[in-house]
Design a protein around this ligand. Structure first.
Ligand code: C2O
Ligand code: CU
Ligand code: CU
Length: 524
C-alpha cells in the first residue's frame, strides 16, 4: 500500500465501478500507520431513476474484497456486494426489472416504500432462479432514505448477509431550499452498516448456531459499504450521512471518537421538523437515520459504535453468555478526513426542514396488542404459544418452500420456533385485516431482549416506548421501532393488501424473522 492519499476525484473514479472497482490493497488497521494505510470508502453507483424509464437490478453471484484476505465469493445486486443507490423522485412511476441470477429462489422487498402489496416484494412475490420480476413503483411519499433486500420465506437472513441489499433515496427536489447537502458521494454520503464474521480466507461466514438464532447473528468485524475500516475524504463543512443499519441483528450505538455533537435530520420515513442535536444515536436493524456532521474543524475523526447494550435478558443474565467478541466493546466503523482544499457547499446548520403534525391517538379506530415470542416451544415460551412452537420445531414445514441451494442451513430443525401472539409465521394465515384509510394503535410487547419491529406498507409515529414519549430523533416518521419492553405506534393504512397478497409485520432481526417472528395482515 502506498502512502498516497486519495482525492475525492479518485474516490469518485473508483466509485463509478461500484464497490467492485475497489482493488486497493493493504490490511486496514487503525494503528500508527493508520493515516496512510486505508482504503477509500466505496461509494455505490448512483442510479438516477427517471419516470417511465426501466431500472434493472440483477441479483447475482460475484466475488468481493472486504479488506482482509483475497476476494471471497459474494452476492450483490448489480454489484459485487450490496447494490447501487437508486434515487427516485416524488411523483414518478419507475418500471423495475429485477433479475434473479442466483441458483435459489428470492424476492426483493422495497423496505419503506408506501406501495400496494402486490409490488411490495414480500415472501409472496417470489422470483424463481433465472426469473425476472417487473413491478412498477409509483413514488408518492415524503423524501427519505429507504432500502431494498430479499424477503425470502425462511431464507432472508442468509441472503441479506451474503450481500443482497441496496439503498433507495426518495427525493422531493426540496433539499436545496432546505439547506441540506445533496451532492451524492461528496457531501451526501450513503453508509450501509453491517457486521460480519470472517473466516481465515477473508470470506464472511454464516453458520448460525442455536444461540445465534436466539440472539440474532452478530459479527465481530464492522463493514461500511462492504469495506472494513475505510476512510472518506469529505469537505470541511456540513456533510449529510444517510445511515442504514443493514446488519442481521446488531444494534449500533453510533458516535464520533471525539464525542462531537451531530444532528439528526431524518428518520426512517421522512425528515424531522428541525435538526436534533445528539452525541450518540442507537440504530437498530432496518432503521435509517440521516444526520449532518460538521467537519469544519478539519480534524480527522472516527465513526464508532459503543457496546450493544440491547442484547441479553437484562443485567448479567444468561443471554449474555455466548455473545460473540466485539459486540461488548467500542469498535470503529470508519474514518472521516476533511479536505480543507475543497469548498464545502453547506457551512451552516439548516433550521426548519419540514412540517410535522403531532400524532393524534384519538383518531385510531382500533387497538391491537402484539406480543413477540422469541422462544416458543423452548420451555421458556409464552404459554399458549408452546404447543404450536413444538410442532413447528418438529418440522411443520409444508409451506416452507425450502429454496434450492440451501444446503448447510438446516431450516427443518430451526424453522418456526418463534412467533407473535403465540403463533409462528404461516404464509397461509392472515392474522388480521385492517381498514383502508383508517388509523390503528399497535401495542407491541417484548420480553427478554429488544426487538426491532417493522411493518410493511405503512409509516407510523411512535406514541410511547418504554412508557416514555419518543426522543425528538424518534418522533418523526418511522417504519421500525426498537421495542425493549413495550412500544405503542400510531399507524395509518393507506395502501390496499388483498388476503392473497398480504403485508408483513415482523422482527427485523433476520434470524427471528426467518424463524417465525412474523405475521401478515390484509388491508381492505
Ligand atoms: Cu426490511 Cu419486511 O423488511
Ligand atoms: Cu419492509
Ligand atoms: Cu426479534
Amino acid at each position: 500500500m502506498s502512502n498516497k492519499s486519495f482525492t475525492r476525484r479518485e474516490a469518485l473514479l473508483y466509485s463509478t465501478a461500484g464497490v467492485a472497482g475497489l482493488a486497493l490493497g493493504g490490511l486496514p488497521r487503525f494503528g500508527a500507520d493508520a493515516a496512510t494505510a486505508a482504503r477509500p470508502l466505496p461509494i455505490p453507483t448512483l442510479i438516477e431513476a427517471r419516470g417511465g424509464e426501466p431500472v434493472t437490478l440483477a441479483m447475482q453471484k460475484s466475488s468481493h474484497r472486504f479488506g482482509v484476505g483475497s476476494a471471497a465469493a459474494s452476492t450483490g445486486i448489480s454489484s459485487s456486494y450490496l447494490g447501487p443507490v437508486v434515487r427516485v423522485r416524488l411523483g414518478d412511476t419507475i418500471p423495475f426489472r429485477v433479475e434473479n441470477c442466483l441458483d435459489e429462489e428470492t424476492t426483493l422487498h422495497w423496505h419503506g416504500l408506501l406501495i400496494p402489496s402486490d409490488v411490495d416484494g414480500g415472501p409472496h412475490n417470489t422470483i424463481k432462479p433465472g426469473g425476472v420480476w417487473t413491478p412498477e413503483l409509483k413514488i408518492n411519499q415524503p423524501a427519505a432514505t429507504h432500502w431494498f433486500h430479499p424477503h425470502t420465506h425462511g431464507n432472508t437472513a442468509k441472503q441479506v448477509y451474503g450481500g443482497l441489499a441496496g439503498m433507495m433515496i426518495v427525493s422531493d427536489g426540496g433539499d436545496r431550499d432546505r439547506g441540506l447537502p445533496e451532492t451524492y458521494g461528496v457531501d451526501d454520503i450513503p453508509l450501509v452498516l453491517q457486521d460480519k464474521r470472517f473466516g481465515r480466507n477473508g470470506a464472511p461466514v454464516y453458520e448460525p448456531t442455536m444461540m445465534d438464532v436466539m440472539h440474532g447473528f452478530h459479527g465481530d468485524t464492522l463493514v461500511v459499504n462492504g469495506a472494513i475500516a475505510p476512510v472518506a475524504n469529505v469537505p470541511a463543512g456540513f456533510v449529510r450521512l444517510r445511515i442504514l443499519n443493514a446488519a442481521n441483528a446488531r444494534n449500533f450505538d453510533l458516535r464520533f471518537s471525539d464525542r462531537r455533537p451531530f444532528y439528526v435530520v431524518g428518520s426512517d420515513a421522512g425528515l424531522l421538523p428541525e435538526p436534533v442535536e445528539v452525541r450518540n444515536l442507537v440504530i437498530a436493524p432496518g432503521e435509517r437515520y440521516e444526520v449532518l456532521v460538521n467537519f469544519a474543524d478539519g480534524r480527522t475523526v472516527e465513526l464508532v459504535t459503543g457496546p450493544d447494550t440491547h442484547l441479553g435478558m437484562g443485567p448479567g443474565m444468561m443471554m449474555r453468555m455466548g455473545r460473540p467478541g466485539g459486540t461488548g466493546v467500542t469498535q470503529t466503523f470508519m474514518r472521516f478526513r476533511p479536505d480543507p482544499t475543497s469548498k464545502a457547499a453547506i457551512t451552516r446548520l439548516p433550521k426548519g426542514l419540514t412540517k410535522l403534525a403531532s400524532p393524534n391517538p384519538k383518531a385510531a379506530v382500533a387497538r391491537r396488542t402484539l406480543v413477540l415470542n422469541p422462544m416458543m416451544g423452548m420451555g421458556m415460551g409464552m404459554g399458549r404459544g408452546m404447543g404450536m412452537g413444538m410442532m413447528g420445531m418438529r418440522g411443520q414445514q409444508s409451506d416452507a418452500a425450502t429454496p434450492a441451494g440451501n444446503a448447510g442451513h438446516d431450516h427443518a430443525a430451526a424453522a418456526q420456533m418463534m412467533g407473535i401472539n403465540g403463533r409462528p409465521f404461516d404464509m397461509h394465515r392472515i392474522d388480521f385485516t385492517t381498514k383502508l384509510g383508517t388509523l390503528e394503535i399497535w401495542d407491541i410487547r417484548s420480553a427478554a431482549m429488544a426487538h426491532p419491529f417493522h411493518i410493511h406498507g405503512v409509516s407510523f409515529r411512535i406514541l410511547s416506548n418504554n412508557s416514555r414519549p419518543p426522543s425528538p430523533a424518534q418522533a418523526g416518521w418511522k417504519d421500525v421501532v426498537l421495542v425493549e419492553d413495550r412500544a405503542e405506534v400510531l399507524i395509518r393504512f393507506d395502501h390496499p393488501a388483498p388476503a392473497k397478497m398480504p403485508f408483513m409485520y415482523h422482527c427485523h432481526i433476520l434470524e427471528h424473522e426467518d424463524h417465525g417472528m412474523m405475521g401478515q395482515f390484509a388491508v381492505a
